[in-house]
Each structure stands twice: as structure tokens, then as C-alpha cells.
Design a protein around this ligand. Structure first.
Ligand code: T1G
Length: 698
């Protein structure tokens, strides 16, 4: 077993090399190794110490897996203080991503050099905590309060050149960290450079911290770690260093004990676990170089854009040259966005639109595609025609994918001679922006086609979630349930505006009715008509007030009116005065006497319906694990990340209380509030959703 910190003495320079793959996290063995290495260097009579990371990066932070465990000495703050206090000249050579505790450790060394591609940052607030090893005290001293507040409250990564301008890095050199580090140490020794303990630097000038606190708290939409971090930085301007460190520790521990930290850590590990399915271990993927996209509307153009940006070549098939040109226009428009944001340069833009993208109106153009995805009209007969033609034209082994958002992928696969090659790839609009990709596995889809779907998702930098076939797969099926729950509360007395406000206070960026206006009320209208045509269960509560809104031509933002009136612009939306009378008429027609709802009851019912349906989705195997549902809701439906997802939220709330509420509501509406068998089973056995996640990982 290699030491977590390697030691070497090269002349009068001691070298401490971190050897803790994959990211040199500052786990206990690394911390012990650093202190031992430093003491050994001091005993060996070295004049300087160089610290750098082997492998992909300098220390990328504390070991998040240790959170919640009993602390083991030496803690990271102590290691940092020990390094800073050393009589030797201590120098960091950074590459990769020096993040969190990694940057804090670097700030405790006396000089810092980095390779040009290195990035630094203090992303702790993204995990629900704050820099807890001196970062809120040392960074303001090195970079000033404004820069420190920016980096600490956003958690953003900073490139080496910007970090150098801020004074975080002293020198940038191309080369291997060890080489450039040793050369820098020698220069410093030759120049007889002094030690530079940051803690001895003067306290930085204060700013209006209350104003910053209020602004950051508002931007956090309920997440408290960024605003709390403001107070830690404030301490750096008001207290001597040691007392500032004590204040930082106090605020750090406050945040460590919050549900938000549990939610954000759950999200961190789940977004990495969701793409790792045991059934795909060792399964070969099929080649993925050239893809075809059928249908160049908003979805198809978005998918093509994402594929082009990932380096794939794309053949866009449309029904006519004019439609193909229009598709190219949409794709160019999307790529203009990437150009404006600096994600690509002008030359890349030209290459993508003129070389990587080709237009076609004949299926024969798809004969060499490795994978074809259709994004045509959401109508089964249309999809079947497309797949019949793909079956005739595509090469053996090509993956045939549908972007349908709810149609039965088994039925689509059945029209081909190769159902094993058929899969659902459900993108979310806009497809080149939204991170979620539902990979819908039909009964006959072969494992290597599933693996290829995940490989495409990784290539497109998506969060891919495996879904089984049902109406709405994972996300839309659950959405349909909690939207219905909201509709029921409207029938019983709540207003769309109270419901939206309550859910926005819960942490959603937008409430369900504002979201419906954004997506287009005609979508929900079509779903309601389809479900009525398929035959609604007589026990299901139905209503027509939303249909009347559509029949009056109000489809939401795209028509200027829906639940809200957008005359003054999307941000200045106001309730549409036509809505409440429609709801009142509906209640009267159904003989309902409206009652009051508290915001708490609105949230409780809305969330309980989401959790109950999610438990059915996991219980039926449509989602492999609870974390798959959590990632779907986080990356596709605006669920507040600091709550970890609906099933993490449920665990933190307590499943037995939730089930008790569901059972009590089932007395008034046994059809809608039918408890999920999995939820009943977990409560009966005293287990929770995280137990299921752990079982799946073992
Ligand atoms: N601790 C433990 N495991 C970690 C880890 C960490 N800090 N960072 C990454 N991993 C695991 C990750 O789960 C995955 O595991 C593997 O490493 C590769 O990660 C006191 C308290 C560094 C930019 O927040 O941002 O310091 O899935 O797939 O895309 O103030 O990982 O292979 O089993 O993400 O190349 C602050 C978090 C901690 C950095 C690399 N640091 N990590 O990205 O690989 S809190 C962070 C990242 C702190 C102090 C406080 C990224 C990365 P597996 P990956 P990547």
C-alpha cells in the first residue's frame, strides 16, 4: 500500500507528494502524512518543502465521505496551521483542481505556483457548508473581500490566470507540477525569499456585509450556506485571525448539522452514481461517431446542437429542403448562444455548422449512422412509420432511438426487425441546455444498446437516468401526479397563485402553474384529452376549467396569457383575471364549497403526492433506485438541489409521518391517495429510501 503522502529529500528541499487517487482528497491518512512529512523535513534539516499532487490533481478538497463520521485528528484546520507555522519555506505546486480544503491547504503554504490549466475554488457552499479550514479567513487577506465573497458564495472554479490576478497564485509555469515546483523553490531560496504566513497579513477592509448577506440569501432561494459564509468572511475583517478561525469553525459546524448539507451531499454522490448501473459493468458499447437526427423542430435541433458540441457529426433529416434549412437555422441559433457564452469560438462555429452538420431529405442519408434519434410529432402512427423506414435503411448494429416523452417504446420497437437495437432517449427541452436524459429501456433492448445510450449521455455531458417503459417514464409520470394534486387543491379552495408562491418558498424556481405557462398549457390540454379518450377511471377527479382557458386561446407565455398575464413581460407576470372566475364556476358546477389551505398543507400534500408516486415508480422497477428519481427531479424539473430530491426529502421528513398523512387523505380520496406498497413496506420495516440506495450499491 503506497503512503498517502510520499516523502523525498532532494538536496535541501523536501518533497511531499500526495498519492490518494482519484482526486487526492484530504482524508485522514493524507492529513497524517502531511504532518509527518513536514516534521521529517524539519528533522532532516531541509530548507524548504514542496507539496504537490500525483495523478490528476492537487488536493481536490476534504474527503466528503468522512462527513458525518467522528472527526479524526489531525483535522484539516490544524494541518493548515502546522504547515503555515513551519520554519521552513513551504511551497505548493498545483495542477488539476485545487478545491475546497485543497485550496485552503495551498493558502497555508507560503508560495503557490500552478500550471496554466489549473483551476482553484472554494465550492463548499455547493455542499451545504462553508470553507472550514481557514479559507474564509485567508482568502480575504490574499485576494481582498470582494473576490473572496464572490468565490466563496458562488463556489465557482477560477482559472489559473484569474487566480494569479487575484493574488491567489504567485507564478504560472507550463510543465509537470514537480518540475515547475522544484524550479520555483530554488528561485525562492536563491532570492532568500521570506516565509509569508497569510494569517499574519493585515485584516482586509470591510464592505457592507448586511447588504451582501441579504442579496446572497435572496439569490440562494432558501439555501442558507452562501449567506452564512458571508458572515464568516465578515469575521476576517472584524476579528484577529485566531478568533476569526473560531467564528468560521462555529458557522461551519452549524451548517454541517443541517438537512441542506445532507441533501447537497446526497445530490453530489447521486449524480455520479446514477450513471453507474451494475448491469452495465463490462458491457461493450457500440461505435458512436456519426449520428442521425430526424425532425429539426425545437427538440431535434436541440439534440443536434448537443451532439455537435460534443464532437459528433450529425445528419439532420427533414421532410423538405426548406424544412432542413429551417432546422439548420435553429441549430445555428443555438450555437450562436454557445459562441456568445464563449463555449466555442467563431472557427469552431463555422466547422460545426458547415462541416459537422449535414442536411438531408432522404432516409438513405442515414445508412451509415451509428445511432439515429427521431424527434418527430408525438403520435404513435408517425413514429411507427419512421421506425419502419429506419429498419429498412440503417446499417446492422445501428442504434435506433426515439425521443418520445411518453409513448410505448415496446410498441415502437415491435414494428422493426431489430427490437434489440431500439431504445428511448428522452431529452428535455431545450435539449442542448437541460442536463437530464431519460434512457428508456424497452423489454427487448439489448444491454450493449443501453450501455451505448449511457455513453452518448456521458458524451453530451448529460445526467442519464435509466427508465422503464410506462406512461411518462419517471419524470413526467411523477409530474402528472403532483400536478393533479395541485389541481385537486384548486378545486377544493386553493388558488394557483397561492400554490405557486408556496412551492417557490419551498425552493422551486417556479411553481407548477408558472411552469405550465412556460411549457405551454396546450401540452397539458393534449394529455388530459388523451387520457380522457383512453378512458378515465370513474374514481378520478376531473375538471374542465383549465381546458376552458385553452379553448379561450390562453396557452401561457407563448400567447401572452395563461394562468398569468405576461403583458408586462415574463418576470413581471400578474394573475390572469379570467382564471379565478373559471375556477369558481367549476367548483359551483361540482357543488364544491371552497375551504382555506395553509401554505404548509399545500406543500405537504404536493410533496406527499410526489413521494407516493415516486415510491410506485421505484417499486415497479421503472426507476432502478430512489436516487434515480431524485436525480430526475433535480435535473429535469427544477427540484431544489439543497433538498437532495423528493425521496431524500421524504427520508429527512420521516416516512412514517408521510404515510400517516397519505392514509388519512386516502379516506377522502382512496383513488388518488392509494399508498405506494413500497412506502408501506419501508415504514413497516423501519427502513428508508437511502437504505435502498445503499443496498443497490453493495
Ligand atoms: N471527497 C471524496 N470523494 C470525491 C471528492 C471529495 N472531495 N471529489 C471527488 N470525489 C470522488 C467522486 O465521488 C468520484 O468517485 C471520483 O472522486 C471522481 O470524481 C474543510 C470541508 C474534483 C472537479 O467540493 O468537484 O474541502 O464515482 O467523477 O469529473 O473546507 O470531483 O469514481 O466513486 O467528479 O474529474 C470540497 C468535489 C470538499 C470538490 C473532479 N471539494 N469534487 O471531477 O471526477 S469540502 C469539492 C469535484 C471541503 C473544507 C471542506 C470533482 C472534481 P467515484 P468525479 P471529475
Amino acid at each position: 500500500m503506497t503512503d498517502a503522502i510520499g516523502y523525498e529529500l532532494d538536496g535541501d528541499i523536501a518533497i511531499l507528494k500526495a498519492q490518494n487517487p482519484p482526486v487526492n482528497a484530504l482524508g485522514h491518512a493524507v492529513r497524517v502524512g502531511l504532518v509527518n512529512g513536514l516534521e521529517r523535513a524539519e528533522r532532516d534539516g531541509a530548507k524548504a518543502v514542496l507539496i504537490y499532487g500525483d495523478g490528476s490533481t492537487y488536493f481536490a478538497g476534504a474527503d466528503i465521505r468522512e462527513f458525518g463520521q467522528a472527526p479524526r485528528e489531525p483535522g484539516l484546520p490544524e494541518v493548515c496551521d502546522r504547515i503555515e507555522a513551519s520554519p521552513l519555506l513551504v511551497v505548493s505546486a498545483m495542477h488539476g483542481t485545487a478545491l475546497g480544503g485543497g485550496l485552503e491547504l495551498a493558502l497555508s503554504t507560503h508560495y503557490r505556483i500552478a500550471v496554466p490549466s489549473a483551476k482553484v475554488g472554494l465550492p463548499e457552499v455547493l455542499l451545504g457548508i462553508l470553507p472550514g479550514a481557514g479559507g474564509t479567513q485567508r482568502l480575504p487577506r490574499v485576494a481582498g473581500v470582494e473576490a473572496a465573497l464572490d468565490l466563496i458564495t458562488t463556489g465557482r472554479h477560477v482559472r489559473a490566470d484569474e487566480a494569479m490576478k487575484l493574488g491567489i497564485i504567485d507564478r504560472i509555469e507550463a510543465g509537470e507540477p514537480r518540475e515547475i515546483g522544484m524550479a520555483y523553490v530554488r528561485d525562492l531560496l536563491d532570492a532568500n525569499a521570506p516565509r509569508r504566513p497569510v494569517s499574519e497579513m493585515p485584516s482586509p477592509e470591510p464592505v457592507d456585509f448586511d447588504a451582501v448577506y441579504d442579496a446572497v440569501l435572496k439569490k440562494g432561494r432558501g439555501q442558507i450556506s452562501p449567506a452564512t459564509a458571508v458572515r464568516a468572511v465578515q469575521a476576517a475583517t472584524e476579528l484577529p485571525f485566531e478568533q476569526g478561525i473560531a467564528r468560521e469553525r462555529e458557522l461551519f459546524m452549524e451548517l454541517m448539522n443541517t438537512d441542506q448539507r445532507l441533501g447537497l451531499i446526497h445530490a453530489f454522490f447521486s449524480e455520479r452514481a446514477v450513471g453507474k448501473l451494475p448491469e452495465l459493468k463490462g458491457v461493450e458499447t457500440r461505435p458512436l461517431n456519426a449520428i442521425g437526427v430526424i425532425g429539426g423542430g425545437t427538440m431535434g435541433a436541440g439534440i443536434a446542437t448537443a451532439a455537435l458540441l460534443s464532437g459528433l457529426s450529425v445528419t439532420m433529416l427533414e421532410m423538405s429542403p426548406e424544412a432542413a434549412e429551417a432546422a439548420k437555422g435553429r441549430i445555428s441559433g443555438n450555437l450562436q448562444g454557445a459562441l456568445k457564452r464563449g463555449k466555442i469560438n467563431r472557427e469552431k462555429f463555422e466547422t460545426l455548422t458547415e462541416k459537422a452538420l449535414s442536411l438531408a431529405t432522404d432516409y438513405a442519408a442515414l445508412k451509415d449512422a451509428d445511432l439515429v434519434i427521431e424527434a418527430v410529432f408525438e403520435e404513435m402512427e408517425v413514429k411507427k412509420k419512421v421506425f419502419t423506414q429506419l429498419d429498412a435503411v440503417c446499417k446492422p448494429g445501428a442504434v435506433l432511438a426515439t425521443n418520445t416523452s411518453y409513448l410505448d417504446v415496446n410498441e415502437i420497437a415491435a414494428v422493426t426487425s431489430r427490437p434489440a437495437d431500439v431504445i428511448g432517449l428522452h431529452f428535455f427541452s431545450p435539449a442542448h441546455v437541460m442536463k437530464l436524459l431519460e434512457i428508456v429501456v424497452a423489454d427487448k433492448t439489448s444491454p450493449d444498446v443501453v450501455a451505448t445510450g449511457f455513453a452518448l449521455g456521458k458524451r453530451l455531458r448529460k445526467i442519464s437516468v435509466r427508465a422503464g417503459v410506462c406512461d411518462g417514464f419517471i419524470g413526467n409520470r411523477i409530474l402528472s401526479t403532483y400536478r393533479t394534486c395541485a389541481d385537486h387543491m384548486i378545486l377544493d379552495g386553493a388558488s394557483p397563485y397561492q400554490i405557486d408562491a408556496a412551492l417557490e418558498a419551498f425552493g422551486f424556481a417556479m411553481g407548477p402553474f408558472a411552469v405550465a405557462d412556460l411549457a405551454g398549457l396546450d401540452i397539458g390540454y393534449a394529455v388530459r384529452k388523451r387520457k380522457r379518450a383512453e378512458g378515465l377511471d370513474p374514481r378520478a377527479r376531473d375538471s374542465s376549467y383549465a381546458d376552458k382557458l385553452c379553448e379561450d386561446g390562453h396557452f401561457g407565455q407563448k400567447t401572452g396569457k395563461g394562468y398569468y398575464d405576461y403583458g408586462a413581460g415574463p418576470k413581471a407576470r400578474v394573475p390572469n383575471p379570467d382564471v379565478l372566475p373559471l375556477i369558481a364556476a367549476e367548483r359551483a358546477a361540482q357543488g364544491i364549497t371552497p375551504r382555506e389551505f395553509s401554505d404548509e398543507e399545500i406543500v405537504r400534500r404536493y410533496m406527499a403526492s410526489m413521494v407516493n408516486e415516486a415510491a410506485k415508480v421505484v417499486g415497479e422497477g421503472i426507476a432502478r433506485r430512489p436516487l434515480d428519481v431524485d436525480m430526475t427531479l433535480l435535473f429535469g424539473y427544477g427540484f431544489p438541489r439543497y433538498r437532495g430530491g423528493p425521496l431524500k426529502w421524504a427520508d429527512l421528513e420521516g416516512l412514517s409521518d408521510l404515510l400517516a398523512d397519505i392514509r388519512s387523505w386516502a379516506e377522502e380520496d382512496p383513488y388518488f391517495w392509494q399508498p405506494a406498497p413500497l412506502l408501506e413496506e419501508l415504514v413497516a420495516e423501519g427502513r428508508n429510501f437511502d437504505d435502498l440506495n445503499k443496498e443497490a450499491a453493495s
